[in-house]
Design a protein around this ligand. Structure first.
Ligand SMILES: O=C(O)c1cc(=O)[nH]c(=O)n1[C@@H]1O[C@H](COP(=O)(O)O)[C@@H](O)[C@H]1O
Length: 269
């Protein structure tokens, strides 16, 4: 999907919601466990219930990879089930020497057909650029992450400023706002205005609302740009909003509340 298509989708749906399919076999309702592919059955119900409210789905590959071959099959069925025209994210946090990164990119873009993959930039230029050579595909590079450990390296003060700011500026110079986004955690709302000044045009993938306590209001006020420029992810707060036969309806209600709030912020742009 290209940038203009994503911007149009956000405008049409009045939503910049990304539903995170962090589908944990331990957490899905028990009545699904007797089905042949419980993870896909869960995802299918969640997608059916939320597909008109969000603009993106993020599949965190960890929850699938841990199931071995069956998990990869659930992942493939899920990404194929997501309606065309919705932005798909493989949250795999890859990045390696150049020839290996090229095969990671082929895995998620060509074999599985995702629009984007999350990329860890700390191995440098040759680990990131292989993700940028695919038409209408995106690298979503870790910028300032939502977790406490972001203090350990990302927030180190260097002679040039904060390390994550340097990493984001340099990484941005390898691509463009048409093929690169950055992850900025919703728990880092104090920093998002400064990051937006450094990168006025890029989309930010913002995880950390809901279960991690980030404020949708604050990150929207500080992070939205003229094209919206945000994809805000919520995983557990949506997909586990309920845990019985009504889980999909409960997920819809949770997604609807986020979408309604987003529509308000978008109308103020
Ligand atoms: O890259 C990510 O998606 C990511 C980056 C980050 O800084 N923090 C973060 O929570 N994530 C992911 O976003 C999702 C957040 O899940 P919830 O906290 O359940 O909404 C998980 O899939 C995390 O792996």
């Amino acid at each position: 999907m290209n940038r203009q298509e994503l911007v149009n989708l956000i405008r049409e749906r009045k939503s910049y919601l990304c539903v995170g399919l962090d589908t944990d076999i331990q957490k899905i309702p028990k009545h699904l466990l007797s089905l042949p592919d419980p993870i896909f059955a869960f995802n299918k119900a969640i997608i059916d219930a939320t597909k008109d409210l969000c603009v993106s789905y993020k599949i965190n590959t960890a929850f699938y990879e841990c199931q071995g071959i069956r998990g990869w099959e659930s992942l493939q069925r899920t990404v194929e089930y997501i309606p065309k025209g919705i932005f798909t994210i493989a949250d795999a946090k890859r990045g390696d020497i150049g020839n290996t990164s090229t095969y990671y990119a082929k895995t998620f873009f060509d074999t599985y057909g995702f629009d984007s993959v999350t990329v860890a930039p700390y191995m440098g230029r040759d680990s990131v650029t292989p993700f940028l050579g695919f038409s209408e595909k995106w690298a979503i590079v870790l910028g300032l992450t939502s977790n406490e450990g972001s203090q350990d390296f990302q927030q180190l003060q260097t002679s040039e400023g904060l390390l994550y700011e340097q990493v984001m500026k340099t990484t941005a110079s390898w691509g463009s706002p048409d093929n690169m986004m950055f992850v900025v955690g919703a728990t880092q709302a104090d920093s998002i205005a400064a990051i937006r000044r450094i990168l006025p045009d890029h989309f930010f993938l913002v995880p950390g609302v809901g279960a991690q306590g980030g404020s949708l209001k604050e990150i929207s006020e500080k992070g939205l740009n003229k094209d919206a420029g945000l994809l805000v992810n919520a995983s557990r707060a949506i997909i586990y909003a309920g845990n019985d036969e009504r889980f999909a309806e409960d997920a819809r209600e949770a997604a609807k509340a986020y979408q309604a709030e987003m529509a308000e912020y978008l109308s103020a742009l």
